[in-house]
Write a protein that binds this ligand. Sequence first.
Ligand code: ATP
Ligand code: MG
Length: 259
Amino acid sequence: MASVLEIKDLHVSIEDKEILKGVNLTIKQGEIHAIMGPNGTGKSTLSSAIMGHPKYIVTQGEVLLDGENVLEMEVDERAQAGLFLAMQYPSEISGVTNADFLRSAINSRREEGQEINLMQFIKKLDKQMEFLEMDLDMAQRYLNEGFSGGEKKRNEILQLMMLEPKFAILDEIDSGLDIDALKVVSKGINQMRGENFGCLIITHYQRLLNYITPDYVHVMMQGRVVKSGGEELAQRLEAEGYDWIKQELNIEDETVNAE
Ligand SMILES: Nc1ncnc2c1ncn2[C@@H]1O[C@H](COP(=O)(O)OP(=O)(O)OP(=O)(O)O)[C@@H](O)[C@H]1O
Ligand SMILES: [Mg+2]
């Protein structure tokens, strides 16, 4: 049966400031959802809160993976349960090679005794790196250290393809990519697409959605999902910006001190 990720009335605060004010979103395996929205409206906060970043305090609501409350899980348990996050700003880890990182990430998601053997791992890694048109030397470099912006994003997709999570949240996976890299990253996501994979893509540009057709598009504003639709919603946002939604929904522009 297809897994379901349900975000219900999620409220999240950072240092006592409420950023998410009741987010509702349901993603089923097999579906690709896109979230768009102005800067600072809480899109990255949503992904960090789901993955359990300690700075983001959930004050209300729940996140359920097949009915189990993700918010009660430890951070590593969330990954083991099948969640994956590609961060807007991927971290660099000095002293750990990309290949070692991937292998331990795969094994940490498996039962003891079921670890991937080295030959299987290398074969899979080579295959996916070739698919993503990556230089095989990148496997032996320290994780993300000195990687260009675009190389980091491509590397996030490599992790995605190696780990094969149930659900992925991809935060601005298209930012800083040249046109060829955008195509490669999209190719990777489309390769993952299928009945065992659900995805939430956070993006500012309709451009990415030319390559990956989303099943649903959502608009986030001021900490809530304020509008949902299909692909055509992204096209309208690209053409007209966000003002029409604010007018339609009577949303005031937030000033810095407004509450
Ligand atoms: N660690 C933090 N400390 C303080 N404020 C934070 C922190 N993280 C996020 N915020 C604030 O929360 C709000 C939402 O930020 P968030 O990163 O979720 O926005 P976003 O929608 O992802 O924006 P963008 O499109 O620019 O990436 C912003 O006002 C931001 O300054
Ligand atoms: Mg963000």
